[in-house]
Design a protein around this ligand. Structure first.
Ligand code: SF4
Length: 82
């Protein structure tokens, strides 16, 4: 299989992830992007596996940039197309 063929059968998207060891649980990120970041009872972000919606991507990037503990990051997910 050539590289071009292999590329054609995968899809990618981006999702938010958190390092719970570094996170201080003050919830600044959830205040910035409440549409995709919820908080648990201790204040830690709850992130689902869903792709970041395109219209919220700039806000997700801002949340990553402004996380005071550098605990939040955007992960690229590459998966085979069904
Ligand atoms: S902004 Fe960063 S440190 Fe604060 S709750 Fe969100 S991930 Fe944790």
């Amino acid at each position: 299989m050539s590289e071009a063929q292999r590329v054609s059968i995968v899809a990618s998207h981006y999702r938010l992830r958190v390092n719970p060891i570094a996170c201080d649980a003050f919830g600044y990120c959830a205040e910035l992007v409440p549409e995709i970041i919820m908080r648990d009872e201790w204040g830690y972000p709850i992130l689902d596996e869903a792709p970041i919606p395109p219209h919220l991507f700039p806000w997700a990037e801002r949340a990553v940039r402004e996380c005071p503990r550098r605990a939040l990051f955007i992960e690229k997910v590459v998966a085979p197309r069904p």
